[in-house]
Ligand binder design. Structure first.
Ligand code: ADP
Ligand code: ZN
Ligand code: ZN
Length: 816
């Protein structure tokens, strides 16, 4: 008897055994998809991972329905890597498989499909069965695969559907197909010949008989004097009360020229392509350093200040690997950043660049998957967010992880809760390829590895092109409020700087990090925020219980009536958001355009890209936003960055709060003055002497690193301990409480390492489910594998208790 071992795309840890014929046994290869029956009526797309002749003892093996592939579409390296992810992150292999594959590869009985809009199908191109499906979808907008089964009177219709998806006739129902096109605003400028003081006189003479054309020229000079901003075609026509045909006449005479800011940047980049490949001395040294480090080590950290030109170093490095025919994976923390980067990379590598991310349609994702699998020249360089790590690389030479410190590299929900950086390092290992981590503010874990000889370390301390690091000025809010120098949330210092920048036609970024947690209690007189005596975090104010609580150890105290530091009774719950700031600016600078970038304004499709574009196009003068602003954007006209209130970031109840505050403030500051003029940053704070703020001001990463590392050691956090967070959820409060306590007690008994909890998290009920968490701290000198096995065993026995079985348990290894 012959069997195939498969993974099902369901949250199941086991693999399953199915019967195959001898011919099938000889045909199937690991990594092919196979349609199999599961349960009473369902069919799923399973993945073959082994062939054998051992009959399962616990159940009778069913027969497969059909082999779906002619060749493997998943490589053996991937299978091994996915198994590693399942084991390391303590999740089901089925979760990894399901999360890794584009859903068009995973047809199942319940999948809903529809006909693609506006496709023209020649009926003669379709087989009889395909025609029946096509015809049914003309009558009805969408169908379940199960329905098609009955139409065709056939159990397994996956191959037919798959073929029709490949032919671009059918699509899966939930798809986003819309494509993003950057909006291009047309601007107008004088030809260089007239762009001078004498230009106006010259033109007035030249155009003395063309009144309307003269009006345009006059209006242009008026607009130019008013503001140094680029002048849009539309704006000029409005101002001069003329028409586009008159303006066109002037363009034809070579007096004016039209341009797009975006295009302009690209063509500018292309013009300096030769120079570009010319790295600066600092960049060249870093490049050589990376190469040297790669001779000994697999991973290298490039720690380069903001705007040091890390991207150009990546480009140079990629070039070397491409020359050898290798594939390159370029991971970004945020898919909205791909638009910017793709432009930069395609300027060098042309159509060898492919993009892979979840906002792409299924068909596009399938296409990139196939290209990578075939090692096609069209996908030598893959840019993508964390999930591109799951692609079927054949010959991976290099992985670049830009902004490696970003927490978005860690997936929270659903499982697999993997960290893309760490998983990429493991993947690279199986390909014997290299990994370059880049950041101006590396994560503590990474810098720890880099200074402990695990990773190589290369640093750049200067910005590209002699641009100076921005000048950072601290504004003491306590003093400003006391001396009545505040308008709303703006200090006089910040307002003066804003007025100046705006008058010069420069743009401004204002940062306000407001998170959806209950606000902290803060003293209005001295700015003191109560902290937990046992942990390095601030306490959170809980209004309904009138309590201050620590979210890490459960410590709590009654809400104080006066400040523990200065005895003032002026205590307040602190918290204002981006929206309030936006409104204040509108009042303070009514003639200026304000934009806002936060979760509310970027929610829609491409919302993020649209805001970035209009800021780039200079339609927005002041951009207010949350941490989304900190993600490696390159704007060339921002001269001022304001941080509205540094304190609520610092006192966020999280052991990474100081590290993150440093990263965020440094990154946001880094958006200032990226061209010739030195940028300015104003940080408003109640605690100008706080170590973290001082470290930001002095650009002292090492100071921050050492201080935080010390605290992590004392308070038992990474990189000295690995954290495993167990989250339990149930609608019944008492049942959950009891179950969580049971789990905690058993863990505490069987693990001789710190187990904390069970804690009621800040948001202790979501969608009517109560939540409890347990935190396990595994010291790095303990064997990780066997500790996790013990944890898994305890979780299994928990599940075996009938009354606890309905409690949902999620395990998050190395949670962020
Ligand atoms: P980082 O990623 O380190 O913040 P970037 O790679 O975005 O910095 O570079 C900052 C700016 O300097 C960009 O506008 C980039 O085009 C420019 N730049 C960097 N290196 C070079 C180079 N070798 N030649 C020309 N321009 C460069
Ligand atoms: Zn006080
Ligand atoms: Zn505590």
């Amino acid at each position: 008897m012959y069997f195939v071992e498969v993974i099902l795309p369901l949250s199941l840890s086991k693999t399953f055994t199915y019967r195959v014929s001898e011919a099938e046994y000889n045909y199937i290869k690991k990594g092919m998809r196979i349609a199999v029956p599961f349960g009473k009526t369902k069919i799923y797309t399973a993945l073959a991972i082994g062939l054998h002749q051992d009959e399962p003892t616990l159940y009778e093996a069913k027969e497969i329905h059909q082999i779906l592939d002619e060749m493997p579409i998943v490589t053996e390296i991937q299978i091994t890597h996915w198994q590693w992810i399942a084991s390391y992150y303590m999740c089901a292999i089925g979760d990894v498989y399901r999360g890794a594959m584009p859903s068009a590869f995973l047809l199942e009985t319940e999948t809903v499909i529809s006909k693609k809009h506006d496709v023209f199908v020649l009926e003669t191109d379709l087989s009889d069965e395909e025609f029946l499906v096509y015809d049914a979808l003309l009558q009805q907008s969408s169908l379940k695969i199960q329905d098609i089964s009955s139409i065709l009177n056939k159990r397994n219709v996956f191959p037919i559907i798959q073929k029709m998806i490949d032919k671009n006739i059918l699509v899966l129902d939930e798809e986003i197909i819309e494509e993003y096109k950057p909006k291009l605003v047309k601007y107008i400028r004088l030809s260089s010949e007239y762009d001078s003081n004498e230009g106006l006189a010259l033109l007035l003479e030249l155009l003395k008989n063309a009144k309307k054309q003269k009006d345009i020229v006059l209006s242009f000079f008026q607009l130019k004097a008013l503001d140094k901003k680029p002048i849009a075609v539309k704006q000029l026509i409005e101002k001069s009360e003329t028409s586009s045909s008159i303006l066109k006449a002037l363009v034809d005479k070579n007096i004016f020229e039209e341009y797009h800011i975006q295009e302009d940047r690209v063509s500018f980049d292309q013009n300096i392509k030769e120079k570009y490949l010319q790295l600066s001395v600092a960049q060249q040294n870093a490049f050589d350093g990376i190469k040297t480090s790669f001779q000994e080590k697999e991973v290298c950290l490039l720690h380069g200040v903001t705007s040091s030109g890390k991207t150009e170093i990546y480009i140079k490095l990629i070039e070397d690997y491409i020359k050898e025919g290798k594939q390159v994976l370029y991971l970004l923390p945020e898919i909205a950043l791909t638009t910017q980067l793709v432009g930069r990379l395609t300027a060098y590598f042309g159509n060898q660049v492919a993009v892979f991310h979840s906002k792409y349609s299924n068909n596009e994702r399938v296409e990139v998957w196939k290209q990578v699998l075939e090692n096609s020249p069209k996908a030598k360089i893959v840019i993508g967010a964390r999930s591109s790590l799951f692609l079927p690389f054949q010959d991976l030479g290099l992985v670049i992880i830009d902004e490696e410190h970003e927490q978005t590299f860690k997936q929270h929900d659903p499982a697999p809760r993997y960290h893309a950086r760490d998983s990429a390092i493991v993947l690279a290992n199986s390909h014997q390829s290299k990994v370059l981590l880049g950041s101006a503010t590396p994560s503590l874990e990474t810098y720890f590895n880099a200074t402990n000889d695990k990773f190589g370390l290369v640093e750049i301390t200067e910005r590209f092109g002699n641009v100076m690091m921005p000048e950072i000025e601290l504004v003491d809010l306590k003093d400003k409020y006391f001396r009545k120098k505040m308008k709303g949330h703006f200090s006089d210092t910040l307002l003066e700087q804003m007025a100046e920048a705006l008058s010069l036609g420069e743009q401004i970024i204002l940062f306000q990090n407001r998170r959806g947690y209950s606000p902290v209690l803060e003293c209005l007189t001295c700015g003191h925020v109560p902290e937990c005596p046992q942990c390095d975090v601030s306490l959170t104010y809980h209004k309904n219980k009138n309590q201050l609580r620590c979210h890490y150890c459960g410590y709590s105290m009654a809400k104080p009536t006066n400040c523990h530091q200065c005895s003032s009774v002026d205590l307040t719950t602190k918290g204002f958001g981006t929206e309030q700031i936006e409104m204040e600016i509108k009042e303070l600078f009514p003639e200026k355009k304000v934009g806002r970038m936060d979760q509310d304004t970027t929610r829609g499709k491409y919302g993020y890209e649209k805001i970035i574009d209009s800021f780039k196009n200079r339609e927005i003068d002041v951009l207010v936003g949350t941490q989304m602003l900190a993600k490696g954007l390159d704007f060339d006209n921002v001269s001022l960055v304001g941080i509205m209130n540094a304190d609520n970031m610092l006192y966020h109840p999280d052991f990474r709060a100081f590290e993150r505050s440093f990263q965020m403030m440094t990154q946001v500051s880094g958006r200032a003055g990226r061209s010739q003029k030195r940028g300015k940053v104003i940080i408003q704070t109640y605690n100008p002497n706080h170590n973290t703020i001082q470290q930001v001001t002095n650009n002292d990463y090492i100071g921050m690193y050492k201080e935080q590392l010390y605290d992590r050691h004392i308070f038992k956090y990474p990189p000295y301990y690995r954290l495993v967070k167990v989250t339990m959820k149930h609608r019944d409060f008492d049942k959950l409480k009891e179950g969580a306590l049971w789990l905690y007690k058993v863990m505490n008994q069987h693990l001789d390492i710190p187990v904390l909890g069970p804690e009621e998290p800040v948001i202790s009920r979501i969608r009517n489910e109560y939540i409890r968490t347990i935190l396990i701290k595994i010291p790095t000198n303990k064997p990780l594998g066997s500790t996790k096995k013990t944890i898994q065993k305890i979780l299994n026995s928990f599940e075996a208790v009938p009354q606890y079985r309905p409690i949902k348990v999620a395990v998050n290894v190395d949670f962020y």
